[in-house]
Ligand binder design. Structure first.
Ligand SMILES: Nc1ncnc2c1ncn2[C@@H]1O[C@H](COP(=O)(O)OP(=O)(O)OP(=O)(O)O)[C@@H](O)[C@H]1O
Ligand SMILES: [Mg+2]
Length: 237
């Protein structure tokens, strides 16, 4: 009897996200080693998405490192406490570290990422947000090169990386500069969509190298458990 062909996607090592419904969209999880852009409109859940993935990793033995270029660590912790009351214990135990980035030169920023990753042997890293890379450079091609370089640094460390991007409200774009989505392996877009005068949440995997995935808009919710995605439901019924 002929052996049953294993689909390529099933042979790829995958990361469990910790976000209900998300791994189903990717046929089992994000291919490990991929760098993902988590982009979205204002308030769409980008920070929660990344924190939830780091929180899950930290609870399962993978140290997480969250670089925040905008919000204070205190604000991020306060907000995330509503989803995980144990977040401060994870930080206390060294499984999760939130680093406030105030540097304005790229070389120092790069050095800091490397040092922090090595110091705690991080397995999951998030940078929120890369839109702030514009404070390092005057031109967009340099920003694109920097995203690729930072991605490579994270990969060389055998780490999984999340980069937060921004979709300007009301614009048909995936990012602020229009290059971020090309410099990464995967793109997850989060939306607050207007429907019948109110807003509904949705997410879509725009691209993901090394795996098959759903491409449709999936309904999404943020509740007391954090982000929940419904891959089998439709947004507009
Ligand atoms: N406990 C909660 N229950 C339900 N929804 C919540 C809860 N906490 C936060 N939210 C929702 O999540 C949104 C913010 O999520 P988050 O900060 O992750 O978004 P963001 O995309 O990072 O925002 P920003 O564009 O400001 O960076 C809030 O505007 C709120 O609607
Ligand atoms: Mg945010």
């Amino acid at each position: 009897m002929e052996p049953v062909e294993t689909k390529k996607s099933e042979r790829v090592a995958r990361i469990t996200s910790g976000i209900t419904g998300f791994d189903e969209i990717l046929k089992g999880g994000i291919p490990s080693g991929d760098i993902i852009l988590v982009t979205g409109t204002p308030g769409s859940g980008k920070t929660t998405f990344c924190m939830q993935m780091l929180d899950y990793g930290a609870r399962h033995g993978e140290r997480g490192l969250y670089f925040t270029l905008e919000e204070s660590a205190k604000d991020i912790i306060e907000q995330f406490k509503t989803f995980d009351k144990g977040i401060e214990d994870l930080i206390e135990s060294g499984m999760l570290k939130i680093v406030e980035v105030t540097l304005t030169d790229y070389e120092s920023f790069k050095g800091m990422i490397m040092e922090e990753m090595e110091a705690i042997d991080a397995k999951r890293v998030a940078i929120d947000s890369i839109t702030y890379f514009q404070m390092f450079f005057a031109d967009i091609m340099s920003i694109r090169k920097a995203i690729i370089e930072v991605s490579q640094i994270i990969k060389n460390h055998n780490c999984f990386g999340l980069m937060v991007g921004e979709i300007p409200y009301g614009e048909n774009k995936l990012s602020s500069f229009g290059v971020e989505e090309f410099a990464v392996d995967g793109v997850v877009a989060l939306y607050l969509m207007e429907k019948d005068g109110s807003f509904i949440r949705a997410m879509r995997v725009v691209k993901m190298r090394n795996t098959d995935h759903l491409t449709k808009f999936c309904p999404m919710d943020i509740n007391e458990k954090g982000i929940v995605i419904y891959p089998n439901a439709e947004i507009f019924t």
